[in-house]
Write a protein that binds this ligand. Structure first.
Ligand code: CO
Length: 211
């Protein structure tokens, strides 16, 4: 059997199991999804949103990219954000990074990685902001992991800077923004940062004419 054929076979077994457990499972999800959470995570195959949170299909709306970045000009991210906040009315947005992130590691080097340089530039900018603190630690692994945490916090700030989030905060008192970091070595999610609808952000980034 070819590896991809195994995926199709496993899928049949999974679907069968679901129906055995709950005959209405697929019917219920066929026409409606009402997730409470938007997950913005790293594309890393070891950090699957549903599995590590014990959630089912229908419970988390997911966007993943390299190093879980919230880039203000990324049409893909912005479309996911607007759809989930405005239409699905998610109550929580989780930015989830992970220790040992290869994207973060790569951004800390001077090695060229081709087109991905343009993406990693966003992480280099976070590194520059916190360079003194990060470089004060002599252990390379600690330095990477500190940048992983600071990067997550910066991406939560980036969410708060969008008109999409500011409008929802003003009108609906939601969503709450969470910054978490996942440990590849222990499977544990660590909350490191939080912003609620009443949070103050730098006035430079606050829109005063949102309707
Ligand atoms: Co990663």
């Amino acid at each position: 059997m070819k590896p991809f054929e195994k995926l199709l076979l496993e899928n049949k077994a999974w679907a069968k199991e679901r129906v055995l457990d709950d005959p209405e499972f697929f019917h219920r999800l066929e026409n409606i999804q009402t997730p409470e959470f938007l997950w913005i995570g790293c594309s890393d195959s070891r950090v699957p949103a549903n599995e590590l949170t014990g959630t089912n299909p229908g419970e988390i709306f997911v966007h993943r990219n390299i190093a879980n970045l919230v880039v203000s000009t990324d049409l893909n991210l912005l479309s996911v954000l607007e759809y989930s906040v405005v239409y699905l009315k998610v109550k929580h947005i989780i930015v989830c990074g992970h220790y040992g992130c290869s994207g973060v590691k790569a951004a800390m080097t001077t090695h060229s990685h081709g087109i991905i340089n343009k993406w990693l530039r966003n992480i280099k900018d976070v590194y520059r902001l916190h360079r003194d603190e990060i470089d004060a630690d002599s252990d390379p692994e600690h330095r990477t992991n500190r940048l992983v945490e600071l990067n997550v916090r910066e991406q939560v700030f980036n969410l708060a800077k969008t008109s999409i989030v500011q409008k929802a905060w003003k009108q609906d008192q939601r969503p709450e923004l969470h910054g978490w970091v996942y440990g590849l070595n222990d499977g544990i999610l660590k909350p490191i940062f939080h912003m609620g609808p009443d949070s103050q952000i730098d006035p430079l980034y606050t829109f005063d004419n949102l309707v």
